[in-house]
Design a binder for this molecule. Structure first.
Ligand SMILES: [Zn+2]
Ligand SMILES: [Zn+2]
Length: 263
């Protein structure tokens, strides 16, 4: 299998050397991995959240060095970019300036509120949870229609702390799945939710079924922030994908789908 969601200590909230992440991938039997650390914010420096702009060239070079050092495993250069509706141009510019194999587009903020950040958990107090979910799905759809995100990350991250909508939101889910299909993006099955209060893979079964019905392709990601998390719970993710009906997942290279592998 392939793990396309791996961070590095450059983001300020992950630990371990990149070599340790690769070693772990080898030891758990992955055939390919991709680093996808947090892209610097286009508008501000936040050393606890993303790498600094000046660290980007070194990140790119280190992946290139690792490819030579570990010929037994394919190593891709990815990035996880935040979606900020008012910073689309700036984000695109940052992405296009580097030779990424794929870009994971992620919604972590709603109107500036980091709804999945532990320190901003207070922001949930008194919130209309259904409204938050609706806004979140709308942002997901907006992010997918841009041409510079290839994979949409953890597509129900809003559930991280266990907040659930009071209604099924079928229309939102269907609209989102259709939009992803039309936009030509894939979604990731992200196992990190199993390590969070919600205790579930992102996305939920209902969402993944909607993606499958619409023909949205998948990739897998552990969202590793420490070496031992690489490929974590991929057995569960694989069963989940198969049970939903998926028989293959995508391979990316130079911002294009370069292959598929059977599940
Ligand atoms: Zn992170
Ligand atoms: Zn993320």
């Amino acid at each position: 299998m392939i793990d396309y969601h791996i961070h590095t200590k450059r983001c300020g909230h992950a630990v371990g050397e990149m070599t340790e992440y690769v070693e772990r991938a080898l030891s758990v039997g992955l055939s390919e991995i991709g680093f996808s650390d947090h892209l610097p914010f286009p508008h501000k420096r936040d050393s606890g959240y993303t790498m600094a702009l000046e660290e980007l060239p070194d990140y790119v070079e280190e992946v290139e060095r690792l490819r030579k050092q570990y010929p037994k495993i394919r190593i891709k250069l990815g990035i996880e970019a935040d979606y900020f509706p008012d910073l689309e141009k700036e984000t695109e510019k940052l992405i296009k300036a580097h030779p990424f194999d794929y870009v994971v587009g992620s919604v972590h903020f709603i109107d500036g509120w980091g709804f999945d950040i532990s320190e901003q958990k207070e922001g949930w107090k008194g919130k209309d949870v259904d409204g938050v979910y609706r806004k979140y799905f709308k942002l997901l759809r907006q992010s997918a229609t841009l041409s510079f995100f290839d994979i949409i990350g953890h597509t129900d991250l809003v559930k991280k702390f266990g907040h659930r909508p009071s209604v099924a939101l079928e229309q939102e889910i269907e609209a989102t799945a259709r939009c992803f299909k039309e936009a030509g993006v894939s979604v990731e099955i992200n196992t990190s939710g199993l390590r969070k209060p919600v205790g579930e893979i992102y996305p939920s079964a209902i969402l993944l079924e909607a993606y499958y019905t619409q023909g949205v392709p998948i990739v897998f990601g552990s969202d590793a922030h420490e070496p031992k998390e690489v490929g974590q719970d991929f057995d569960q993710a694989l069963l989940f994908a198969r049970k939903t009906g998926y028989t293959e997942a995508l391979v990316y290279e130079q911002r294009k789908v370069s292959g598929r592998y059977a599940l």
